[in-house]
Design a protein. Structure first.
Ligand SMILES: Nc1nc2c(ncn2[C@@H]2O[C@H](COP(=O)(O)OP(=O)(O)O)[C@@H](O)[C@H]2O)c(=O)[nH]1
Ligand SMILES: [Mg+2]
Length: 457
């Protein structure tokens, strides 16, 4: 177990009031030779609860936790957080972490968010008023890297908003933490991986009597349906996976219906199945196949013939809710709707009509956005602020008649590479929101039995 794993486990136990829970962390931001305020905000804003960890020069590790989002307003803004705290420990596995909670009545100034501020604990406004201002921009001196250490231009003045004792005499002083100096080997911003954990723990609504939610991917051939399944698998196992055959070279290979489970590195199975099918093309839509599939009447491993209607379908009789589709996800790579041929537009209209007749929820995944913007291809983080990506999301929402919040940009893992935080976040958000939408659909869906009669007998 690494040094930070150890520390994060202690912090996690402190947050969960002494109970060790199985939370995992994802590294959002790391600085070793420079501290960049913009990069910090790009990677850490709107991520929910985060831990900032400083690995000090003088044998100590320290930092702070906030349960609130970091944001970057032009005018700095104080944020209330009753759960925030600072921490410090010697860089030694046998030494316990010491926690410095937010003082009573100081919760309103637990953190300060600002476009020119890095992670900042306490509310100022004067330099000595911030308990831990890690670094800032536009000031002299700037943060500098010399002698293999990063000299941060923030300040450490605890006992303003944070203290571990009501008696000043016994409380931890700034000098007790890394000699009161912001000279560090490394700085990290971490977030507890709650989305992933929540997804693993999610169960279909009680009373539906189904094992999992079924999500169907539909889209033109080559849009990235199979690659999205591989991306999800990669996110959950932590290593590049190719469970769904995606296009390699010039042949598109998905020709059958196939549901894929998502399994984690610890062999935990998510309670959802993603159905991969053949994409539609100029000369081939779905005809009756789609309706049968939504109803759970298309046999498993059904092979799509090259010509629609050229086969006899051996329909599944009396399918249960377990076999039906519960949410449809359109996969869209182009969003150049003007260049779609009338035939393709006709296929899309047919699909939308069939989904709408069934009353099923529809969402869209927007893939390949990095191909539109060189900045995204160099760094996926750029997608969060890219105007071209935002435009694509708006266009797609309008075209498919869905809310913008139901269009999920993703950048698929298509080749062997290490984990990319932004790619993981995008894929996780999309699947988490799909799960929640399916739940919402069942909660409000008329005629669905949300009550387990058998358990009452
Ligand atoms: N650049 C890029 N290529 C992608 C992405 N998703 C899929 N692809 C590529 O697009 C091609 C078609 O993908 P595939 O998943 O087989 O599409 P499907 O026919 O919808 O299942 C493959 O060559 C993939 O490598 C993406 O997000 N970015
Ligand atoms: Mg495919």
């Amino acid at each position: 177990m690494s040094q930070s794993d150890n520390l994060l486990e202690e912090i996690c136990a402190y947050i969960s009031r002494g109970k060790h829970s199985k939370k995992r962390c994802v590294l959002l931001y790391i600085a070793t030779d420079k501290a960049d305020v913009d990069e910090f905000h790009t990677k850490c804003d709107a991520q929910g609860p985060t831990v900032t960890i400083l690995y000090g020069k003088f044998n100590s590790i320290f930092g702070g936790y906030t349960s609130k989002n970091w944001t970057s307003p032009e005018t700095p803004c104080k944020v209330k957080d009753e759960e925030a705290f600072l921490f410090t420990k010697y860089d030694n596995p046998y030494e316990k972490c010491r926690f410095i909670p937010i003082k009573k009545k100081k919760e309103d100034i637990a953190i300060t968010c600002g476009a020119k501020f890095g992670p900042t604990f306490g509310g100022g406004p004067w330099v000595r008023g911030y308990d831990l201002k890690v670094f800032k921009r536009d000031t002299k001196p700037e943060s500098v890297y010399t002698d293999q250490f990063l000299h941060l231009n923030g300040s450490l003045n605890i006992n303003n908003a944070y203290s571990d004792s009501t008696n000043q005499k016994f409380s931890i002083k700034s000098e007790d933490i890394n000699y009161g100096k912001l000279i560090v080997r490394k700085l990290e911003g971490e977030k507890y991986d709650t989305t992933k954990r929540n997804l693993i723990d999610m169960k279909p609504l009680h009373g539906l009597n189904i094992k999992q939610y079924n999500i169907l991917l539909v889209g033109p051939t080559g849009a990235g349906k199979s690659s999205f399944i591989n991306t999800l698998s990669t996110v959950f196992t932590g290593k590049f996976e190719k469970i769904a055959p995606a296009r390699d070279g010039s042949i598109y290979i998905t020709s059958k219906v196939r549901p894929y489970p998502i399994i984690t590195e610890n062999k935990e199975k998510l309670n959802l199945r993603i159905y991969d099918i053949r994409g539609f093309e100029e000369g081939r839509g779905y005809g009756k196949e789609l309706e049968l599939l939504l109803d759970g009447r298309l046999p498993q491993n059904y092979q799509f013939p090259d010509e629609v209607g050229s086969n006899v379908i051996d329909e599944v009789k009396d399918p249960s809710l377990n076999e039906k589709i519960h949410l449809v996800c359109m996969v869209e790579a182009e969003s150049c709707f003007d260049s779609y041929t009338p035939k393709i537009l006709e296929h899309i209209e047919d699909i939308k009509k069939t989904i709408s007749t069934k009353g099923l929820p529809l969402v869209v995944i927007a893939t390949k956005l990095e191909m539109r913007c060189t900045h995204i291809s160099k760094n996926v983080d750029h997608l969060f602020k890219c105007s071209k990506a935002k435009e694509a999301v708006s266009d797609i929402a309008e075209f498919y008649g869905v809310k913008k919040s139901h269009v999920f940009p993703v950048v698929n893992y298509i080749s062997e590479s290490g984990p990319v935080t932004a790619k993981n976040q995008l894929a996780l958000k999309s699947i988490y929101d799909m799960y929640k939408l399916t739940e919402e659909y069942f909660t409000h869906h008329e005629g669905t039995v949300l009550f387990d009669y058998k358990s009452c007998l």
